[in-house]
Design a protein around this ligand. Structure first.
Ligand SMILES: Nc1ncnc2c1ncn2[C@@H]1O[C@H](COP(=O)(O)OP(=O)(O)OP(=O)(O)O)[C@@H](O)[C@H]1O
Length: 391
C-alpha cells in the first residue's frame, strides 16, 4: 500500500495532478484541478483511492466529472488497475460557532493537540448550527458493542423526548445503516446533506455515502476528510443532542475528532474483561486530558441470561466496569446483558429499544438513556442560562 498526504511531492502525486488538469468540464471552461485540490491518495488491492478537497460551491460540477476522472486515473500510477475518487467539500466560510468552551483558533485552523499539560486543553471546534450539545460514545478498543450502545442510546434519548441526531464517525466500520435499517442515500438540499429520519431520530453515516468496503480501507487524511464532511456538510436542523459514534481506540483520528466536535461529554463503553477495561481507562484519560467531561461508563455484555431457564452466567466476569468507574471517579451508567436478541435486532435494523422495549435489554438501554437524558438536560439548562446572562 502506498499512501501520501497533502504535503509530500512524489512522482505519483505529480502524475495524478496532471490527470486532474486534463479532465475538463463539458463546456471546457475548467479542469478538475481548477475546482479542487488533491488531498490524499493511496493504492490498495490494485485500486487507486483519491480524495479531492473542494469548496462546496464546486462540489456539484466536480461530482459530474467523477466517472470520467476515475476512468482516467485507473492506470495512472504503478499497481493500480482501477480508481475510486471521493470529494471532501470544505466550507467556503466557517460555520457560526455558538459559544464553544473556548474560541476556535484564528482562521478556523487546526488547533494542535495539547495532551501534555500546560496551556488550554479544551475540546473546541464549531458546533454544528442548531445543535444544543454533542456527546461521544467511545470505547478504548473495538468490538465491545460501542455502536450498538450508541444506536440504542440515541433512539432511547429520542424516546425520552429529546430531539436527537446520530452521527456515525466509525469510518472504518460504519454499522449505523445496518443497525438503524437505513438503506437510503441522504437527500441533498442547497448542497447540504439532509440526514434521513428513522425511529424518531436523524442519522447520518459515511456508510450511506460510499460503499462500506471502500471506507474500510481509508487511512489518515481520507478518514479526516470524510469526518469533516459529516461534520460540516450535514444540515442537522434543530437538535437537543448530537450523539457521535466514535471510531474505536485512542489514536490521532479519535483525538482530532474529539477536538473538532466541541464535545460536551463522552460515554465510555467497555466489556468487563481486564483487557477491555485497560483500554477504557485510556479512553477516559484521553477525554479528561481534553477537558471533555466523561458522562460515565457502561458495562456491555455484562452477564448472560439464559432465555429458557433464566439462569444468569457472568461470561466475562461482572462488575469490572463499575469498579473501574469508581476507581477513576466517573459515574457508572449501567449494565447491558449479553443477549442474542440485541444482536438479532441490530442485524434486522430495529434497535432493541424499539423492537422489544420491555425486554431486559430494552429496559437496560431505556434506563441508560434516562440517566444520560438527565445529565444532558442539566447541560442544556446551564447553556441556556449562560446565553440569557450574556444578553
Ligand atoms: N449486549 C450485547 N449482546 C449481544 N450482542 C451484542 C451486544 N452488544 C453488541 N453485540 C453484538 O456484537 C457485535 C459488535 O458490536 P458493535 O458493532 O456495536 O461493536 P463496536 O464496539 O462498535 O465494534 P467496532 O469497534 O468494530 O465498530 C455486533 O454483532 C453486535 O450486534
Amino acid at each position: 500500500m502506498t499512501m501520501t498526504s497533502t504535503e509530500r511531492t512524489t512522482p505519483e502525486r505529480t502524475t495524478i495532478e496532471n490527470v486532474l488538469r486534463h479532465v475538463r468540464t463539458p463546456d471546457g471552461t475548467a479542469c478538475v484541478a481548477d475546482l479542487g485540490r488533491l488531498d490524499a491518495f493511496m493504492v490498495r488491492d490494485g485500486v487507486l483511492h483519491v480524495a479531492i478537497a473542494t469548496e462546496r460551491s464546486h462540489a456539484q460540477r466536480l461530482q459530474a466529472l467523477l466517472p470520467e476522472l476515475e476512468q482516467a486515473l485507473a492506470h495512472a500510477v504503478p499497481g493500480s488497475t482501477g480508481a475510486s475518487v471521493i470529494l471532501t467539500a470544505h466550507r467556503a466560510t466557517p460555520a457560526p460557532a455558538p459559544a464553544p468552551a473556548a474560541p476556535a483558533p484564528a482562521g478556523g485552523g487546526h488547533r494542535p493537540l495539547n495532551l501534555g499539560g500546560g496551556a488550554p486543553k479544551t475540546a473546541t471546534g464549531p458546533l454544528p448550527a442548531g445543535v444544543g450539545v454533542v456527546i461521544a460514545v467511545a470505547s478504548g478498543k473495538g468490538g465491545v458493542g460501542k455502536s450498538t450502545t450508541a444506536v440504542n442510546l440515541a433512539v432511547g434519548l429520542g424516546l425520552e423526548g429529546l430531539k436527537v441526531g446520530l452521527m456515525d464517525a466509525d469510518v472504518h466500520g460504519p454499522s449505523l445503516p445496518r443497525m438503524m435499517g437505513m438503506g437510503d442515500q441522504p437527500e441533498v438540499r442547497d448542497s447540504r446533506l439532509i440526514p434521513p429520519h428513522k425511529w424518531g431520530i436523524s442519522a447520518m453515516s459515511i456508510g450511506m455515502l460510499v460503499d462500506e468496503g471502500k471506507a474500510m480501507i481509508w487511512r489518515g487524511p481520507m478518514v479526516m476528510g470524510a469526518i469533516n464532511q459529516l461534520l460540516g456538510d450535514v444540515d442537522w436542523g434543530a437538535l437537543d443532542v448530537l450523539v457521535v459514534d466514535m471510531p474505536p481506540g485512542t489514536g490521532d483520528a479519535q483525538l482530532t475528532l474529539a477536538q473538532k466536535t466541541a464535545l460536551a461529554g463522552a460515554v465510555i463503553v467497555s466489556t468487563p474483561q481486564d483487557i477491555a477495561l485497560l483500554d477504557a481507562r485510556r479512553g477516559i484519560a484521553m477525554f479528561e486530558k481534553m477537558n471533555v467531561p466523561v458522562l460515565g461508563m457502561v458495562e456491555n455484555m455484562s452477564y448472560f441470561c439464559c432465555p429458557n431457564c433464566n439462569h444468569r452466567t457472568e461470561l466475562f466476569g461482572h462488575g469490572g466496569a463499575r469498579a473501574e468507574a469508581e476507581k477513576m471517579g466517573v459515574p457508572f451508567l449501567g449494565e447491558i446483558p449479553l443477549l442474542a436478541d440485541i444482536r438479532a435486532s441490530a442485524d434486522a435494523g430495529a434497535p432493541i429499544v424499539i423492537a422489544a422495549p420491555d425486554s431486559a435489554a430494552g429496559q437496560a438501554y431505556r434506563a441508560l438513556a434516562h440517566t444520560v437524558a438527565g445529565a444532558l438536560r442539566r447541560l442544556l439548562d446551564k447553556k441556556s442560562k449562560t446565553a440569557t446572562e450574556k444578553r
